[in-house]
Design a protein around this ligand. Sequence first.
Ligand SMILES: Cc1ncc(COP(=O)(O)O)c(C=O)c1O
Ligand SMILES: N[C@@H](CCCC[NH3+])C(=O)O
Length: 416
Amino acid sequence: MDQFSYRDGQLFAEQVAVADIARDHGTPAYVYSRAAFENHYRAYDSALAGRPHLICYAVKANSNLAVLNVLARLGAGFDIVSAGELERVLRAGGEPGRVVFSGVGKQPWEMRRALEVGVRCFNVESDTELDRLNEIAGELGVKAPVSLRVNPDVDAGTHPYISTGLKQNKFGIDIADAPRVYARAAAMPHLDVQGVDCHIGSQLTTTAPFLDAMDRVLALVDRLADDGIILRHLDMGGGLGVAYEDEQPPSPQDYIGAMIERLGDLQLELVLEPGRSIAANAGIMLTRVEFLKCTDQHNFAIVDAAMNDMIRPALYSAWQAIVPVAPRSGGEEKTWDIVGPVCETGDFLGKDRPLALAAGDLLAVRSAGAYGFVMSSNYNTRNRPPELMVDGGRVHVIRERETIDDQLRHEHCLPQ
Ligand SMILES: Cc1ncc(COP(=O)(O)O)c(C=O)c1O
Ligand SMILES: N[C@@H](CCCC[NH3+])C(=O)O
């Protein structure tokens, strides 16, 4: 169920009128629904009920401590890509034993920290990373649990910037070369080979590429068993898409059902790393129209949020719904470009949107819970927005609005 819906001509987040949130906390602001995060997580968990599984929420999608904490309370695991994300998980009450560590460029100090706290598994992406991990585990006198992230050379059919499972991408180990690398890993004294991992891209809207990748990975699992390397888990990464516009991605239930069918009676634990499908539609970004500017060419609605607050439209030409918080009945509809105050032509949140608008109106950018705040910046020395979480009838500030002092704290002029 959508936790952001209209009642009596007003947009609500759970039980709270979004206009009241804007009045009390200002704009721009990110607003999340706790129930939506929980429901999206539970959809995965219940689809996997009865099978050994671990759902490792991809922290990069939305790493606010409160979000991680809400998921940790449900027993979630976490997929991290940095020691910074690891610290977030620990401070949010996540269990290190339910953390998988992904990423192509893990630094020695990050590996050390992850080994010290006892993460569940390292998803290793190259021969040289194996060497580094083996050496550091040896220094600490432990065995590092590893999976190899293989690159199955499957076209995920998504935006090229977020496609990761093709040979030309930097990610993973060529699946054809994987038996050799597994044999090396298995021979290293400070590594414990546990599984296989693969993540082919993000915002996938059909199951076919996942299944294609899975077939190739399962063939590798068989081949490794013949070589005497028995794997215990299969990590199929994240990547399930959401409906931003008219996409119709499979539900977690359908996507997981299809994977389970492929697994048959293989007793491998299934690990997943969903990010977007848990977070995107659990959040909106609220913004207010400052000025309306109509030229011969275009109608611009200049709002108080900008590309620094939400970069997806500028970076990927991503389309996200932009809806009025209180639709004007009978107002004249025009086609608007919704643009921010940043000095870049690429500073837009949406183009050609039919809306009846007046200065001062509140707008909500939908599907903003994933890759929204986490990709924000201070470009143009703009303070980053607050993050708020609605829980039933209550609104919690889970990140305060940044101040100029916050921004300037770490900068120093040269001595006189
Ligand atoms: C290794 C890895 N796992 C999981 C994810 C999460 O992906 P998504 O947000 O598409 O579910 C990503 C990002 O694409 C990733 O790189
Ligand atoms: N940042 C991307 C997703 C990247 C996924 C990271 N592996 C987006 O906003 O769509």
